[in-house]
Ligand binder design. Structure first.
Ligand SMILES: Cc1ncc(C[n+]2csc(CCOP(=O)(O)OP(=O)(O)O)c2C)c(N)n1
Ligand code: SF4
Length: 284
């Protein structure tokens, strides 16, 4: 745990769900015995993305919504690294939605943790793409509140082709275990982590989530390799919200289909012998 510590103290509000995710992150890291020097954490911008400042791995805070393209670059440059991308629902499902879909269908071996507080936290409480219908925010005033259909992250991840899809909450004692499973999975792993924002979302609170979540493992015969069952369960949102590993299947990763990476990681391959002039002349 000491290896993960740095001198920065989180500036998250007292009671914020990000603390629970931070703790689970560290527990998962320790349980897998990962090396901070072999781990890269790539985030976007937002309260959630600040997690990169509080962990002593290699880390990059990118532009808002751009964590996945940067994580892709890191993974392709050195596919031996454990690459984790992370950020908020606004970051991932707003600006980053196109990147999300393409990363999922490519199935790069990246773990993507989405802190889903159903609101824009850092910019003080505007609605986000996952905000529930009818919710009143600074952007969505009464009497109707939010009139836009929310994005269901689990459903979207499944449809886009992610090979590991889970949901959990910031207060779930199983979160660390689910994060560890996601990191171990070879392929694009997504966890929709329901994260209370105590300052700006007074509807989707710890209690609100606690009253609705249930573990898919409680369903009789639930088989996370069954895509049809997973898509049926993923459609649930409201009075009942499924959590746990909803889908996990083996699929070839993007990296393993690239012959260039089979030689050795790109970052240590010599580029001296590569002469691009003839190619440039041909294209001119
Ligand atoms: C291109 C761009 N647009 C807008 C912003 C302003 N901005 C910063 S954080 C943020 C919202 C973050 O919300 P979310 O991703 O849900 O994360 P949270 O703060 O809730 O964890 C916005 C709109 C920005 N930094 N860059
Ligand atoms: S504004 Fe919300 S998400 Fe941001 S630190 Fe405070 S409680 Fe957490």
């Amino acid at each position: 745990m000491e290896d993960l510590k740095n001198s920065y103290v989180p500036t998250w509000c007292i009671g914020c769900g990000n603390y629970g995710i931070w703790n689970a992150w560290k527990k998962a890291f320790m349980s897998l015995n990962l090396d901070p020097e072999q781990t890269a954490l790539v985030t976007g911008i937002g309260c959630s993305s600040k997690i990169a400042q509080y962990l002593n791995t290699y880390r990059i805070e990118t532009l808002h919504g751009r964590s996945l393209p940067v994580a892709t670059g890191v993974k392709l440059a050195n596919h031996q690294l454990t690459v984790i991308a992370e950020g908020g629902d606004g970051d991932g499902m707003g600006l980053g939605i196109g990147h999300f879909i393409h990363t999922a269908r490519r199935n790069l071996d990246i773990t993507y943790l989405i802190h889903n507080n159903q609101i824009y936290g850092l910019t003080k409480g505007q609605s986000s793409p996952t905000s529930d219908l009818g919710i009143v925010t600074k952007f969505t005033p009464p009497p109707r509140g939010n009139v836009e259909q929310p994005i269901n992250i689990v459903q979207t991840a499944l449809q886009a082709g992610a090979s590991f899809v889970a949901r959990s909450t910031a207060a779930d004692p199983k979160l660390a275990e689910i994060i560890a499973q996601a990191i171990k999975h070879k392929g694009f792993s997504v966890i929709d982590i329901l994260q209370p924002c105590v300052s700006f979302n007074h509807v989707n609170t710890y209690k609100w989530y606690q009253e609705r979540v249930y573990a898919v493992s409680e369903l009789s015969d639930y088989d996370p390799t069954d895509y049809t069952k997973a898509t049926a369960v993923a459609a649930q949102w409201g009075d009942k919200i499924p959590t746990g590993v909803i889908y996990a299947a083996e699929r070839m990763t993007y990296e393993s289909s690239l012959p260039q990476l089979a030689v050795q990681t790109l970052s240590i391959q010599s580029i001296e012998a590569i002469i691009v002039t003839p190619l440039m002349d041909e294209l001119a």
